[in-house]
Design a protein around this ligand. Sequence first.
Ligand SMILES: Nc1nc2c(c(=O)[nH]1)N[C@H]1C(S)=C(S)[C@@H](COP(=O)(O)OP(=O)(O)OC[C@H]3O[C@@H](n4cnc5c(N)ncnc54)[C@H](O)[C@@H]3O)O[C@H]1N2
Ligand code: MOO
Length: 457
Amino acid sequence: MPWCGPRCGTAPSPAARSTGRWRDPRRSGRWRAMPAEGGAGRPLAPRRLAPAPAARLSVAAARERVLALAAPVPGHETLPLMAAAGRVLAEDLPAARDMPPFDTAAMDGFAIGPEALDREPPLPLRRRAAIPPGHPDARPLAAGEAARVLTGAAVPPGTAAVIFEEGCRLEGEQVVLLRRVSAGQHIRPRGEDAAAGTVVLRAGRRLGAARLGLAAAAGAGPVVVRRQARIGILSTGSELLPPGAIGPDGRIPAGTIPDANRPMLRAILADPCVALRDLGIARDDDAAVAACLAAARDLDLVVSTGSAAGSEADRLGPAIRALGGDVAHLALAQRPGKPLLLARLGALPLLGLAGNPVAALVGALLYARPLVERIAGLAPSALLGQPARLAQPREAGERTEFLPARLAGEAAGLPLLEVPRRFGSARLTPFAEADGLAEIRPDGAVRFHAFEMLAGG
Ligand SMILES: Nc1nc2c(c(=O)[nH]1)N[C@H]1C(S)=C(S)[C@@H](COP(=O)(O)OP(=O)(O)OC[C@H]3O[C@@H](n4cnc5c(N)ncnc54)[C@H](O)[C@@H]3O)O[C@H]1N2
Ligand code: MOO
């Protein structure tokens, strides 16, 4: 199956035009019918908004347009630290205490005083009772004493260094130092990581695992974070059945297909910074679309699939216009996912992805996810990818292609990608074995986008 309908293949050559047939370079040996021109051949849809190829937006330009659709949410909330994993800090976070809060033993061993530093071994010292972590001993170290300390314990006042136990021998009540010790050895001085009051985390940073650990180490209690981005997900199309739903006879009713897009959107947009609202399926009539959008008025964004191309059955755009909103249909220089709808209904922005499931998947990864990140106050993930090679050479198309790709090893230090022989914008089966997307640009450059990097696996 080709990526898309007959209107969006590469342009036929003059020779092909003369025969009325043209060759699809992606299906060697297979021929497709020549696209109808003007009024000849099959009837055209009464109103279609796809601009001419020259007006198609590049992936980078489309991302800019999409990211301009909405700003980061302004609201804040205060959460206990343990509930703030993955959230975005709304205020700078200063250390509540010195880090570490006291001079700390970095080894199991013995705390020694200044008189025992840099001395020729063996050096006998009097052994003092052990200081375990969490049980500080405020008595200063006397001259000639060595206090047993365990890693993480506060060293007693007057400690000049810690010698680890492997460098000592016990003889009755004595500890004999078997090597020279220099000042400060195996001590983590109070405040060496940060002094109390120092800002250790800036507003706007996400509290991922490491930063959450840092916040906890800095003594943070409740933290002020950005409120979650409220995102609605909507499928459009009268042919859709809710995912998992089957007819009473156990079969899918004639003419219907399961909604494959909402589960994908849910998985791609799920994030601690996001509160997702499932807006369900809007049938192809204006009242049904309006009812779904009425349940979305308090959201920060709706991401929909289907109805993006603007045929007469696509009611999303007309329904938004009828409600007083603005709608723009874009055509992108990419495959799949050529049509993209941007809309605004009052304060509510809407991003409409193409309905074919692979187009919806690619659109959600390339456009919806970065926009949701921006709304949540995160930096939108860049579409970097790794330079890669294809195991089987492929002709580049006029548009940037995104194909399911399996990692098949490495060639000249680059990931080697296998792309299935048969794929299309309505075929999800090749993704069963895919590790990510292969991006093939019109100039032939190939990039690999691992699902882990795109949140799409
Ligand atoms: N005359 C033209 N026809 C089409 C063009 C074109 O340029 N001229 N573009 C084709 C391309 S490319 C795409 S992509 C689709 C995009 O159309 P829409 O976004 O308006 O999507 P729909 O028409 O609503 O659906 C397309 C296709 O996808 C199936 N679908 C929709 N939603 C779901 C879902 N949630 N789960 C599973 N499958 C879904 C739907 O049944 C259709 O088969 O338009 C082409 N046509
Ligand atoms: O190629 Mo369409 O744009 O099937 O997604």
